[in-house]
Design a protein around this ligand. Structure first.
Ligand SMILES: [Zn+2]
Length: 197
């Protein structure tokens, strides 16, 4: 009794997010009030270039995005044929979504790569996430990857996220309004797919 006369002690002086610690991380009895919001779990960050597989599609995608040398036909072929694929579930990208006060994890999985031949995963930092290889590598313009309503041919946010930036929200992938299905139906994607063929 009387140990904590000055109120709860700061348990972690180095953490900038100490107020967001889960109740279980705080010493029992010291801090009674639970944080209003559980901190959002962080998806794994991307890996540096020297740590990803040499066939990680992100290496080529990043080059295209940065305006580097245009990929040669041979490089494009190899990107499609020898593309790195996650071989364990923990290598697939995830996103977290709040439902009923709990964070739920949604993930891309092998079934998606199987269903959509153009879908690829990158672990390269900065471009880590999911990509449409057809659109990201075979596009001839940046149009169509823009914001909602641009160019009237289905240039929407979903397309932007698979074409000019990685998809990192995996909460609604398939089904009528799933972003993968919707992407496959855009004119932009169809035009890129013709170039691949
Ligand atoms: Zn596409």
């Amino acid at each position: 009794m009387g140990t904590f006369t000055t109120g709860p002690q700061l348990l972690r002086t180095t953490s900038h997010s100490s107020s967001l610690l889960c109740a279980g991380e705080q010493a029992a009895g010291v801090v009674k009030s639970q944080p209003e919001y559980e901190p959002r779990p962080q998806p794994p960050a991307g890996l540096p270039a020297d740590s990803v597989d040499r066939n990680d599609v992100g290496l080529l995608v990043q080059r295209v995005l940065n305006g580097g040398p245009r990929p040669t036909d041979a490089e494009l072929r190899e990107a499609l044929e020898s593309q790195w694929k996650p071989d364990k579930q923990s290598d697939y990208p995830v996103s977290y979504h709040r439902k009923n006060c709990k964070w739920r994890c949604r993930s891309l999985g092998p079934q998606h790569l199987q269903q959509f031949e153009w879908l690829a995963v990158s672990r390269l930092r900065g471009v880590n996430g999911a990509w449409c290889t057809f659109c990201a590598l075979f596009k001839t313009t940046k149009e169509g990857g823009g914001r909602a309503g641009m160019h009237g041919i289905g240039g929407n946010m979903t397309m932007g996220r698979l074409v000019n930036q990685p998809l990192r929200d995996f909460s609604d992938l398939t089904g009528q309004n799933g972003c993968l299905n919707r992407h496959a139906q855009t004119e932009f994607h169809k035009a890129c797919a013709i170039r691949v063929a």
